[in-house]
Design a protein around this ligand. Structure first.
Ligand code: GDP
Length: 528
């Protein structure tokens, strides 16, 4: 195998999707513990303010809310694989970055609080993964607590998320009675020991389901119950099928406790074995395979102020083909300009370090002085553009207003640039001079006002506005479009990129409008 092919083949790039509090941060810590990126788990978020991070306004904001705004990328080896874990903010306050990060991975880990089942945010994030049929691995968490009937939770996943479940492990008891899991594929029982969450535990394994040792370890009654239950479970659930997994139709399911660091390794074994290596990516010209010789990649996220010593922004690029080496020249396709990149950064367990080399599936950070936008493609000369890096219809809206009305021009410039960066979306109604800011997470609003103040020297404030949702609109028939523009003009606006948008005061209004104008298409996402 050539070096390029083997480097590509061992990479697994994934993100975690979950509802806040399901255990994403905890599982990330344990995953890194296994990756030996950390000696001892428990330092990912820097909870309690260890003083490790230098402080910026950004970090202050993060600290105040006790959440992680920075979406970092962690790389570590596991088994034969080299894993890239893209962290996504999991808190109530999240942003479009979360959505777009999911377009830069090849698989996802879905973490579910097994006491609660399928929750809201998970539903939404699953919807986004469906845009690319991303393969999903599932971890049922918090087995050290009293959970719901595991069969029932799996049914809920199947019905609500429309994905088949194939249990790979099966839990034995839960809460105080949690004894471990039976690994269906390996035909062995792995016994749980509580209070070992901060270390990699020495495994206690009983081979074979009929092994009498199992009875003495977990008790005759539980052992009998397990055998009976498994017969039922295996009969009633789906068998794992690699093809169905890779097409996003079936998810392997693992049980455990992230806090107790139990079961996380089983999940990682499955993920590194089955999850796909870097996948081919679509461009406007052709499909780009990961083992293409020539370098290419796209920007899916731009982050400001990560390091207060550098006032610049970092553009996160997913490499799709070829190889990045320090000092190489690449073409910034949208600008038609060649740039020499000598200081790209990689993100290892939260640290920024200079990357010498990076391969498809890896993420590198480019210093951005305002020229790079979300969705930008970089190549080795070819004028191609990656597709499928969308804007998502915002769900929250505010009118933004200046304290000093003379600075209207700066405000507009700032908003348009921030929207190009993907920090927020801006809409200018056709019929009036309002400026409407739209976001998918409420934190985006605060970030925008803070950045307008520091970077554009304008003081802006928000006012509530009666908007429920927005849809980008298109119409094939110019006459019908004209009519729509005239009749619906009170609800029409242009976004930061001058795209026509329908601003709906209520969902009912949107539905009625869609019925009334069947020739107009209303889009929930828009490509950059
Ligand atoms: P996130 O919001 O999804 O990142 O969730 P966290 O990892 O911060 O976890 C939320 C809370 O659940 C924290 O108090 C964790 O200690 C707790 N937690 C996470 N995993 C487990 C688990 O397996 N068992 C129990 N009992 N608590 C857990």
């Amino acid at each position: 195998m050539s070096n390029q092919i083997s480097e590509v083949a061992k990479r697994r790039t994934f993100a975690i999707i979950s509802h806040p509090d399901a255990g994403k941060t905890t599982i990330t810590e344990k995953v890194l513990l296994f990756g030996q990126a950390l000696q001892k788990a428990g330092t990912v978020k820097g909870r309690g303010g260890s003083g490790q991070h230098a402080k910026s306004d950004w970090m202050e904001m993060e600290k105040e809310r006790g959440i992680s705004v920075t979406t970092s990328v962690m790389q570590f080896p596991y088994n034969e694989a080299l894993v890239n874990l893209l962290d996504t903010p999991g808190h109530e306050d999240f942003s479009e970055d979360t959505y777009r990060t999911l377009t830069a991975v090849d698989s996802c880990l879905m973490v579910i609080d097994a006491a609660k089942g399928v929750e809201d945010r998970t539903r939404k994030l699953m919807e986004v993964t469906r845009l690319r049929d991303t393969p999903i691995v599932t971890f049922m968490n918090k087995l050290d607590r009293d959970i719901r009937d595991p069969m029932e939770v799996m049914d809920e996943v199947e019905n609500e998320l429309n994905i088949m479940c194939a249990p790979i492990t099966w839990p034995i008891g839960c809460g105080k009675e949690f004894k471990g899991v039976y690994h269906i594929h390996r035909d062995e029982t792995i016994l749980y020991q509580s209070g070992q969450g901060h270390t990699i535990q020495e495994k206690r394994i009983v081979k074979g389901l009929d092994n009498p040792e199992l009875d003495s370890e977990i008790g005759d009654e539980l052992a009998a119950q397990l055998r009976e239950e498994l017969e039922l479970v295996i009969g009633a659930s789906n068998e794992f099928d690699l093809e169905l997994f890779l097409s996003g139709e079936l998810t392997p399911v693992y049980f455990g406790t992230a806090l107790g660091n139990f079961g996380v390794d089983h999940m990682l074994d499955g993920l590194t074995e089955w999850a796909p290596a870097p996948q081919p990516r679509e461009t406007d010209l052709r499909t780009v395979a990961a083992d293409d010789d020539k370098f290419s990649g796209f920007v899916f996220k731009i982050q400001a102020n990560m390091d207060p010593k550098h006032r610049d922004r970092i553009a996160f690029m997913r490499i799709c083909s070829g190889k990045y080496s320090k000092g190489m020249k690449m073409r910034h396709v949208r600008l038609g300009k060649d740039v020499t990149i000598s200081d790209a950064v990689t993100f290892m367990a939260g640290d920024r370090s200079h990357a010498e080399e990076a391969y498809p599936g890896d993420i590198i950070g480019l210093h951005n002085h305002g020229t790079i936008q979300i969705g930008d493609t970089f190549s080795q000369g070819e004028a191609l553009k990656f597709t499928g890096i969308p804007n998502f219809a915002p769900e929250m809206f505010r009118r933004i207003r200046l304290k000093d009305p003379l600075k209207q021009k700066q405000l507009l410039k700032g908003l348009v640039q921030l929207s190009e960066e993907g920090a927020v979306q801006v809409f200018r109604p056709i019929d009036n001079n309002d400026l409407i800011v739209g976001a998918v997470g409420v934190l985006q609003f605060d970030v925008v006002v803070a950045r307008l103040r520091t970077e554009y020297k304008v003081e802006a404030i928000y006012e509530p506005i009666n908007v429920a949702t927005a849809r980008w609109v298109s119409c094939e028939d110019p006459k019908k479009e004209d009519e729509f523009r005239r009749k619906a003009s009170t609800n029409l606006a242009l976004d930061g990129g001058d795209n026509l948008t329908y601003i709906a005061p209520t969902m009912v209004n949107l539905n009625l409008t869609m019925e009334r104008y069947p020739d107009v298409t209303f889009h929930k996402t828009r490509e950059h």
